[in-house]
Design a protein. Structure first.
Length: 534
């Protein structure tokens, strides 16, 4: 029988991912084939590290490896490790292990530990079982294990108090109580809660202390509810399970659930020691539930982070723009999302003797905006390659967004330049493009409604002719609405001045950085510059 809880892990070695369980100690790591975890990276030593279990905790020990062992990015010699810690072997860019991952944990492993050990210690007293359960619960407090732990705690509670029935209720997202575990004194599972005293549950939920009636036949009439009489309940105990997390001043701690015990045949005989034990069980159960909620929240945040990273990589691939080299046009671009993924995008498309510049800003931020941006990028690209006119492209994009009814719109500007300097353009609610010839800066006039707002909107393209040496500058509103420390916008005037003074994208970037300082961006920033050099 194991003297410590088997703990799962995930290993990421380059493109390869594997899972396993630390089920003995010491657990060895290195390049040798006899290692429990064999890693073939050149920076990993033959006998690189060990994972050991000491004094109720896991530690990673570096075995004098050449390139070191790192826990959460910090090089260590011996370090305690916790669930979801990241351990790198050889370098922070080398193979890594995510310790305590529930993805590889077998639910049966947890259940086996919780079921086998009480049976093995059947001669132990109730207090000894309780101490074991609480210690096991602390160590096995993982996602998916709470219901099993609560069931075992109910069983131990019944042994200690000699009551007939015991239940743990947990609150759901709406604040309603849901049965999580129930047993009778014969060890039979109870799934029907219709014969319980609802008034006792409600009183426990609304109070900060326990509700106890040791004998309903002798209790005051105010304590005997109709449900107690109807269900022939003789004694009853309800203890609220409240979060230990710090709450704002003047507010009651969050209700996590209720411990409910009752007997229908005999009155209760709870001594002061029994009452203290029940409070201890309720307090420990509340702590376990609280920690489980935090673990779930952490895990959801981790998965969301990983999904964002994947989405960002996909978006970067989709939005990767190969800047062309043409004798009559030079293009420069900058794009920085304020979140991991953003709703801005640009594209540069060469088609015969024309070059297209596209810049789009989808309303909102984050995943939803990025999804629509990725779709629009493909839609616009395909329509331009099919030689559709600019106003037709805008109409099709508008119809697409409106038909899908995604609750978003987009501003958009598309330029079409040929080698003679003929510039066709369409602006759909976007910041007007700037033209700079020398130090004179002008806006390209003519705009339409944003796409995706009105199904019946009509769109009109415009045209002009560029002189050699003329630069055209496009930005999203993340540039003009960038704020400094005082909350002031960068604005159109500063943008025009920076572009006119420097007449290139790098000068605008420097001006924007100087203005914002350390103030973080609150919107995606995208810039696109075109130089007609024929």
């Amino acid at each position: 029988m194991l003297s410590f809880p088997p703990t799962a892990y995930e290993v990421f070695d380059g493109p390869h991912r594997s899972t396993g369980i630390v089920d003995h100690t010491p657990f060895t790591v290195g390049r040798l084939p006899d290692r429990d975890m064999m890693l073939e990276d050149v920076h990993v030593s033959r006998k690189h590290a060990e994972i050991v279990y000491e004094d109720g905790a896991f530690f990673v020990i570096d075995m004098e490896s050449r390139h070191g062992t790192f826990v959460n990015g910090i090089r260590v010699q011996k370090q305690r490790i916790f669930p979801r810690d990241i351990v790198h072997f050889g370098s922070v860019d080398g193979p890594k292990m995510r310790f305590g991952s529930e993805q590889a944990t077998s639910t049966s492993t947890i259940r086996d530990l919780l079921v086998q050990l009480p049976a093995a210690s059947s001669s132990s007293s109730g207090l000894e079982k309780l101490r074991w359960f609480l210690e096991a619960a602390r160590r096995l407090n993982a996602i998916g294990a709470v219901d099993q732990i609560l069931t075992c705690l109910v069983e131990t509670t019944l042994d200690l108090t000699k009551v007939e029935r015991g239940y743990f209720f947990l609150t759901d997202e709406t604040g309603q109580l849901k049965l999580a575990a129930g047993l009778n004194n014969k060890g039979e599972s109870l799934t029907d809660d219709s014969t319980l005293s609802r008034s006792a549950l409600q009183q426990a939920m609304s109070s900060a202390s326990e509700f106890i009636v040791t004998d309903t036949l002798k209790a005051e009439a105010t304590l005997r509810s109709e449900s107690m009489i109807m269900q022939n309940i003789r004694s009853i105990v309800c203890i609220p399970l409240r979060s230990r997390r710090k709450q704002p001043a003047g507010t009651r701690s969050e209700l996590l659930g209720v411990l409910y015990l009752d007997s229908r045949l005999h009155p209760g005989n709870l001594t002061q020691v029994d009452s203290e034990l029940l409070r201890t069980i309720a307090s420990e159960a509340a702590a376990l539930i609280d920690n489980a909620h935090l673990a779930i929240a952490d895990e959801q945040a981790r998965r969301y982070r990983e999904e964002l990273d994947i989405a960002a990589n996909i978006q970067q691939g989709l939005m990767a723009v190969q800047i062309p080299e043409l004798p009559y046009a030079k293009v420069a671009a900058r794009s920085v999302p304020c979140k991991e993924i953003g709703g801005d995008f640009y594209d540069v498309i060469v088609d015969g003797d024309h070059i297209y510049l596209v810049i789009v800003d989808v309303s909102g931020k984050g995943v939803s905006a990025a999804l629509l941006a990725s779709t629009l990028q493909g839609l616009i690209y395909s329509q331009l390659k099919a030689h559709q006119s600019l106003d037709t492209v805008a109409t099709l994009v508008n119809q697409y967004i409106c038909t899908k009814n995604v609750g978003k719109y987009a501003t958009m500007c598309i330029l079409k330049l040929n080698k003679t300097g003929q510039l066709d353009y369409i602006n759909c609610g976007h910041i007007p493009p700037l033209i700079c010839n020398g130090q004179k800066v002008e806006q390209l006039a003519g705009s339409n409604l944003p796409v995706g707002m009105l199904t019946w909107a009509e769109f009109t393209a415009h045209e002009t002719r560029l002189e050699p040496g003329t630069r055209v500058f496009l930005v999203t509103d993340g540039v003009t609405e960038a704020e400094n420390a005082t909350g002031e916008f960068y604005g159109d005037a500063r943008l025009e001045h920076a572009f006119g003074s420097n007449c290139n994208i790098d000068g605008v970037v420097q001006s924007l950085q100087l203005f914002c300082g350390d103030t973080p961006a609150n919107d995606d920033c995208t810039m696109l510059e075109l130089l007609f050099s024929e």
